[in-house]
Design a binder for this molecule. Structure first.
Ligand code: AMP
Ligand code: ZN
Length: 492
């Protein structure tokens, strides 16, 4: 194991803490996965890429990591609370297909997109529907501990009772009085004793298709429960790292803590890590508001937000140029700058392989540099600072190439090894050639070219050619749409 002094920002204490896993040499890490009712947007990807770097670095340090990331395929209601329709069931109803078809479709999409971003698969990827039995058993334990109550076949967690002996709100630093003050009771609309209580089990309405038998009713588990049931099943009652996007801190993660602590698991998690949000036009990317962009639309350029496509490597590099705990806004300008940076970095890596060392060392303290790179990553996975150090090496390499500086064997070896380790293994930035285009990408790029030719023809008033391109594409099932932001297409 590499000597390290890793510190992580623990959301629970709000402080940077030395990272010391519960079992030396081993790390258990659970990250909340996607709710598979629509395509993952780029914001979701940022969180998963952030934890991919954390996973990669822990492995690099020599830890044996068990990384569990779930798939939410039931129980996540529309408004994140205890009312509204199940997101997956709703999509299935609208599209007139089976809920499991929705789940399969978007799980496959999720995997394909994350693979394009060169993320490593988790060690275990459990699903909520595959762990109904464990969730029911967990509810029974909460009942036994006296913190659950049943009303009309649904079971709720009694937050106020729990708070008499525990602190509900310790993660998000909220006080129960504030929560009571801030939640309006929807009189008559809710059967819960108190609006702060949350569902552990919901009785299914007759039309609800996703349902399982339980001691209380035919129904389905509450959203917060799956993560508690699955994390403890695969990582043990107490484990090292629990991650997710910052927007999950409250109520989702707060409820997870309450569920675990109510059955005497204390503490359930040693380090809570939260990844900050990706924003677009200064606002959080989100599925529900429509303020988002799909990764595939960035890779192909088929979108009305940016004037050209960006490769998955460039987008990943762009994300890692910000610390995972900072908000990051995406813009064409920022992506262009990342594209240039990525290119420069890759060029230097390629050039390095062609350099022959001499006897004399150049003015570059490679040992010091290596230490600084590790210090950056040891400081709560500070990828932007690491990247800044990588560019110091780039500067040196370029000088060597221009014959302004010599380089000796030891410098060359360390640079070769460390650049490859930091760029490819730890940051997970694939070399350029790995970015082979899929058939879909090739098709999108071809259509983009035809759109450009059509626009040129129109500008030249050559309407015969421009109409021909449009009509012919339509015959192939490709419809062009002209808008203020340019021409886009849909595939029928
Ligand atoms: P969901 O599928 O909505 O449950 O979200 C999956 C993951 O993406 C969760 O960890 C969210 O916190 C995270 N997430 C959602 N929106 C964003 C965003 N705009 N930026 C970063 N992460 C996000
Ligand atoms: Zn979760």
């Amino acid at each position: 194991m590499i000597e390290n002094s890793l510190v992580v920002l623990n959301s629970l204490s709000g402080k940077k803490e030395d990272f010391e896993p519960l079992n030396p040499g081993y790390v258990g890490m659970y990250v909340c996965g996607p709710t598979v009712y629509s395509n993952v947007h780029l914001g979701n990807c940022r969180t998963f890429i952030s934890f991919d770097v954390i996973y990669r670095y822990l492995r690099h340090l020599g830890y044996k990591v068990r990384y569990v990331r779930n798939i939410t395929d039931a129980g996540h209601l529309e408004n994140d609370a205890d009312s509204g329709e199940d997101r997956i069931a709703k999509k299935a109803r609208i599209e007139n297909i089976e809920p499991m078809e929705v789940v399969q479709h978007y799980t496959v999409d999720f995997h394909q997109i994350l693979e394009k971003f060169n993320t490593l698969p988790p060690s275990i990827e459990p699903t909520a529907t595959g762990h109904i039995v464990e969730q029911i058993e967990f509810i029974k334990k909460i009942f036994d501990a006296g913190f659950a109550y049943e009303i009309n076949g649904s079971v709720y967690f009694d937050v106020l009772k729990y708070n008499q002996t525990h602190h509900y709100g310790k993660l998000s630093r909220r006080k129960i009085e504030e929560l009571i003050h801030n939640t309006r009771s929807l009189e008559g609309q809710s059967e819960k004793k108190n609006p702060q209580d949350f569902a552990l089990w919901k009785k299914a309405e007759p039309q609800h298709i996703m349902r399982w038998p339980s001691p209380w009713s035919d129904g389905f588990p509450g959203w917060h429960l799956e993560c508690t049931a699955m994390s403890t099943k695969y990582l043990g009652d107490s484990f090292d790292i629990h991650g997710g996007g910052l927007d999950l801190k409250f109520p989702h993660h707060e409820c997870e803590i309450a569920q675990a602590q109510s059955v005497h698991i204390n503490p359930p998690v040693k380090y809570w890590l939260h990844a900050n949000m990706l924003t677009l036009n200064g606002k959080k990317m989100s599925k529900s508001t429509g303020n988002n962009i799909l990764p595939m639309d960035i890779f192909t350029g088929n979108n009305d937000k940016f004037s050209k496509p960006y490769s998955p490597e460039v987008v990943r590099f762009f994300m890692l140029q910000a610390h995972y705990t900072s908000v990051l806004d995406i813009s064409e300008e920022a992506l262009d700058a990342s594209e240039k940076g990525y290119q420069k970095l890759m060029d230097a890596v390629n050039r390095l392989t062609k350099i022959n060392p001499g006897k004399k060392a150049g003015a570059f303290n490679h040992e010091q540099w290596q230490k600084k790179c590790y210090a950056a990553m040891n400081d709560d996975f500070n990828s932007p600072v690491l990247i800044a150090h990588l560019f110091e090496a780039v500067k040196f390499i370029n000088r060597v190439v221009n014959k302004d500086h010599p380089i000796d064997e030891s410098q060359l070896e360390i640079l070769n090894k460390m650049l490859s380790t930091f760029i490819h293994d730890i940051l997970g930035i694939a070399p350029m050639q790995k970015s082979s285009s899929s058939k879909e990408e090739i098709l999108h790029k071809t259509i983009a070219l035809l759109i450009e030719l059509r626009n040129n023809a129109r500008n030249d008033k050559d309407f015969k050619t421009s109409d021909r391109i449009r009509d012919q594409l339509l015959e192939f099932g490709i419809q062009l749409k002209d808008g203020k932001e340019g021409t886009h297409f849909t595939l029928n």
